[in-house]
Design a protein around this ligand. Structure first.
Ligand code: ZN
Length: 525
């Protein structure tokens, strides 16, 4: 296999000059480091194919075998990453990168590889394999608990997952509390305190807004979104929208799963999934726009750094900013519906034939404190995250046990959203995330906040953005995202990329201004 052409430091003059001076030992070690990274990535992508199949087409009988296969592949990737040879090659490269100028790509390459290496060397292989096996066990138990609508069926496996999450946090290390280590896994640098502050700012504005909207619920009607919407027509319409956005179906495809997700086997093969519910239009349509947004980011990652950590997305939260941007800032805007309503009307003439752009705009922005996170509107979404974040933090601190989750859940839902789940299926069992561990939810809030920051910057850079969208021309927006984010891979941190693209680090201001402006107008408050 020829892997030399994908070396991430090829084409860098300083590096080539060093090579020309005869520093072949270093060149060899870099080639060795790169070769090993590519091999590890291949193993991980193979595991991603198996994971995708598990969630889409695999029959139930495949569960145990698939869990074993995934555990074996995780072990193989881990072994390679923690090997002394990898460590030596990384150390040699780190010495070389030290001399490079501050903004040299070698620094970013080193940062991303070092991070992956540090995480892997801190986590014993036995722990990684155990986590993979427990994930499969917890998934089966979660499916059974959902069938019974009873969290107590899932609680024993979940209790093991909480214990394992604590073990992982201890192994990784943290500054203030164990939960920090788990947040850092998906959001590099994010601490429990920073996340609590972010959610605190949002709660302070959003809880009163949700209450005010609840008092004026009748000002927006979404009745047009309910009825019968044939499965295959919904499927086709969703694909039509993301094709217009720029999703490349020669480098990706959509399938079905219980819980929509996006996974990537490389920049040339990005998979998204959806689930279609025939008695409502909005669920599958916006889930397709959402996953399509994730897919656009994956398809836009830099091919020259593919199969290395530098070629990957910055974080889960930044990833989520892309799905949110296409789903909400674009898909729930007036300009989008000026463009797309005729298509929706052609697809569903009896349902949408007499609907105006304004009717549709209002319907798709209906706000209701509801039970299900994935169906939540823009105003209440972060409050669902606050519930999960605070429950997880309490679990990690040992303030509550796994079996106490439904009760804690109900109390917080009541406090923030004013609604209480009648059973666990629409309560603490609704998300798949806890089958794999804790700490993964904060990215959704980071994503919401970042999406509004990028959107504001895109609006400034593209003077006629609303008109372009109303014409179905998404190319300037996609080009902006490609240039300011996708093509960077992990060259910048979340903060670094935000400062360059928007002039500010992570801040809730654009998000809150957008939410208050939009929903204040819609609900007349
Ligand atoms: Zn998402």
């Amino acid at each position: 296999m020829d892997t030399s052409r994908t070396s991430p430091v090829e084409g860098i003059p300083a590096w080539e000059a060093r090579q020309a001076e005869g520093a072949t030992g270093l060149a060899d070690r870099l080639a060795e480091l790169t070769r090993r990274l590519l091999e590890i990535d291949d193993i991980e992508r193979a595991a991603a194919v198996l994971g995708w199949d598990q969630m889409t087409y695999m029959p139930q009988g495949g569960n145990q075998g698939r869990g074993e296969q995934l555990a074996t592949l995780a072990s193989l990737a881990h072994e390679r990453l923690v090997s002394p040879e990898f460590g030596d090659a990384l150390k040699a490269f780190a010495e070389e990168a030290q001399d490079a100028p501050e903004d040299d790509v070698r620094h970013a390459f080193l940062r991303t590889v070092q991070r992956a290496y540090d995480q892997a060397t801190k986590l014993p292989q036995e722990l990684v394999a155990r986590q993979m096996r427990l994930t499969t066990e917890a998934y089966e138990s979660w499916v059974a608990a959902r069938a019974a609508k009873d969290f107590s069926v899932f609680a024993p496996a979940f209790a093991k997952m909480v214990d394992l999450s604590r073990e992982i946090a201890e192994a990784l290390g943290y500054r203030e509390e164990p939960y920090d280590a788990l947040l850092d896994l998906s959001e590099p640098g994010m601490t429990t305190k920073a996340a609590a502050d972010l959610l605190g700012e949002l709660k302070a504005s959003l809880v009163p807004l949700v209450q005010a909207i609840a008092e004026h619920k009748d000002r927006v009607d979404r009745g047009i979104l309910y009825g019968h919407f044939a499965d295959e027509t919904q499927w086709r319409l969703g694909l039509e929208a993301i094709t217009a956005f720029g999703f490349d179906f020669s480098r990706g495809r959509q399938d079905r799963s219980i819980h929509p997700f996006t996974t990537s086997f490389g920049v040339g093969d990005v998979r998204i999934t959806t689930r279609i519910i025939e008695d409502t239009f909005a669920s599958a349509f916006f889930s397709t726009l959402h996953e399509g947004g994730h897919g656009l980011y994956e398809q836009g990652l830099p091919a020259e750094w593919a199969r290395t950590p530098l070629g990957q997305a910055i974080s889960s939260g930044v990833h989520e900013s892309q799905s949110r941007l296409w789903e909400n800032l674009v898909g729930r805007s007036r300009p989008f519906w000026r463009y797309f309503l005729p298509k929706a009307q052609a697809a569903f003439p009896s349902q949408f034939g007499h609907v105006s752009v304004e009717d549709m705009y209002r319907a798709v922005n209906y706000v209701e404190p509801s039970l299900i996170r994935v169906d939540a509107d823009e105003v209440t979404y972060n409050l669902h995250i606050a519930v999960r974040f605070e429950v997880e933090r309490a679990l990690m601190r040992g303030e509550i046990a796994a079996r106490d989750v439904p009760e804690a859940w109900r109390a917080k839902m009541q406090e923030y959203l004013g609604v209480v789940p009648p059973d666990d299926l629409v309560g603490a069992l609704q998300d798949i995330h806890w089958t794999g561990g804790l700490g993964g939810f904060i990215g959704y809030t980071v994503g919401n906040v970042v999406s509004a920051q990028i959107w504001a910057a895109a609006g400034q850079a593209i003077g006629d953005l609303p008109e372009r969208i109303a014409q179905g021309d998404f190319a300037p927006l996609l080009a902006f995202l490609r240039r300011e984010l996708h093509q960077l891979g992990s060259r910048e941190t979340t903060d670094g990329f935000l400062r360059k693209a928007t002039g500010q680090g992570l801040t809730t201001r654009p998000y809150l201004a957008y939410i208050q402006g939009k929903f204040g107008e819609l609900y007349g408050i």
